[in-house]
Ligand binder design. Sequence first.
Ligand code: ADP
Length: 522
Amino acid sequence: MNVLIASSEAVPFCKTGGLADVAGALPKELERLGVEVSLILPLYRKVKREGLKPTNLKIRVPVSDRIEEASIWKGKTGNNVPVYLIEKDRYYDRDELYQTPEGDYPDNAERFIFFSRAILEAVKSIGLKPNLIHSNDWQTAMVPVYLKTIYKDDPYLRNIASLFTIHNLGYQGIFWYLDMHLTGLGWEYFNPEGIEFHGKINLLKGGIIFSDIINTVSKTYSEEIQTEEYGFGLDGVLRKRKADLYGIINGIEYDEWNPATDKNIPARYSLNDMKGKALCKRTLQREMGLKERDSPLIGMITRLASQKGLDILSESIENLMQLDLQIIVLGDGEERYQRILTDISRRYPEKAGIKIGFDNVLAKKIYAGSDFFLMPSRYEPCGLGQLISLRYGTIPIVRKTGGLTDTIIEFNPKSPRIPIPPSRIPLCPPLLKGDVGGLSGGKGGFKKGRRMGIRGNGFLFEEYSAEALLNSVKNALSSYKDKNLWRALVSNAMSSDFSWGASAKKYLDIYGRAINSANEKS
Ligand code: ADP
C-alpha cells in the first residue's frame, strides 16, 4: 500500500495543536507496518530548514483564472519517510500558520484551496504513486473534492482513493461565496449536495461529501458529531454518510513523550522510581514563582478557547483558589481568558502561575511536574493532553466527552489496583469487520474504546458547569491525600497504553476500505 498523508501541520516541522502530533506520528507508525508512506506540508516560515532541501521540481497550480507557480522541498521523518513541502512564499512566508492575534489571515481560503490543489500537482510532478491520499481537516479537505471532480479523469490521478479525517468539527473553513472562483469548480457544486453551506463555501463539508471514507479521532466523537448538539450544522451531512464514518482513537509517540528519557525535564523518572517526579514538581513551582510546598498541583496546557472549557474554568477559578491546591496554566488564545487568568495569578501569586504563549519545553515540564492535569472541555474530538499526562504519571481530571470518555476511566478508590500486568493488556482486540465503525460498527469486544482490564486512571465529570468541575476537582484531591491510593492511581495511569501501534493498524484497515470503495465506484 502506498499512502500520501496531506496535512497543514506536522511535528517536528510545525505545530499549533493535536493535528501536528498525529500527522507527525502516524506516518512513522505506518512505515513500521510496511506501508510506503509520505507526508506533504506547506513550507511555512516557522519550519526549520535543517535537514530539508529544495528540489528542482516546480509545479503550476491553477487558482481562479491564474496559474500560481510553486517549488517543492524535500526532507524525511521517521526512518525513511519522505516529506514534501510546498514552497510558496506569498502564502506561507508569514509569522504564523493560520492567524495572528488580530484574527485569521484574510486569504486563508486561497492559501489552502491552493495547497489542496498543489498536493495533486505535486503527486504528478514528483512521480508519487499513492493508492490513497489521507487528508486532514478543512485545510486539505479539497483534496477529495478535486479527486472526484476536476481530476476524476486525469490519467495519473484517477484511481487514487481518499480518506478524510476530521480532527475538529468546530473549524470548517467557511468562506464567502465569492471565493468560489478560487476553487476552479463550476457553480453546479455550489449547492447543498456540494460545498455550499448556508450561502457560503464550506471546505470541510466538501471533504465529508467527496471522500471515499471519513473518520474522526475517537469512537465517541464519531457518534457525537452526528447529533445536533455536537454537529456544528453538519450532523445531517454526517448522518447521510454514517456507513462510511469511523472513529479511531489517536495515540501519542511514546519515544517523544517519555519521562524516563525526556531531556527537557529537570529529572527523569519511571514507574519503578518516581523520585524524579518530585524534583520536577519543585523545579516547576520555582520556575513559575509558586510557593514550594506539597499541596496538589494542577496543570493545564491548552488553547484558551471556550471549547477547552475556559468559560467554566473562569467561573470556578475563584472557588478553586480557596482549596488547598496550586494551578499552572500554559495557554495561547482568546484575550478575555488571558486577562482572567493573569488577574488570578496576580491575586494568588503563591498558588496560581500563568504563562501565555506556545512553549513546547515548558509544556513538558508541566506534564512532568504536575500532579493533576485538567481538561474541562465542552467537546473534545480525542484530546492528547490527557494521554501525555497519563504517560507522565499526572492524573487527568476531564469532562466526559468525545475522546476523553474513551480514554479516561473514573478511579474507584474501592478497587484501585490493576488486575493484569499492563504490558500484557492488548490495546484492543484484533480488528473485526465493522469494529472500527462509528455507528456502522459492531458493538462487540472493545467497549467505547476502553483498554480492557485497566482500572481507573483519572476523574471525570459529566455536566458542563463550573459546579461539576469544582466537585470533580474536590473528589480528585481526596485521593491525593491517601498515599497508597495515590500510588495505585499513578500506577494505573502510567500503565495505560496509548501508543500508536493499535490505532495505526486500524488506519490500515480503513485505508483498505477506502481503496475498495474507490475501485467499486470507478
Ligand atoms: P487541540 O484541540 O488544541 O489540538 P489536543 O489535546 O488534541 O488539542 O492537542 C494539543 C497539543 O498541543 C498537545 O500536544 C498539547 O501539549 C499542545 N499544546 C496546546 N497548547 C500548548 C501551548 N500553549 N504550548 C505548548 N503546547 C501546547
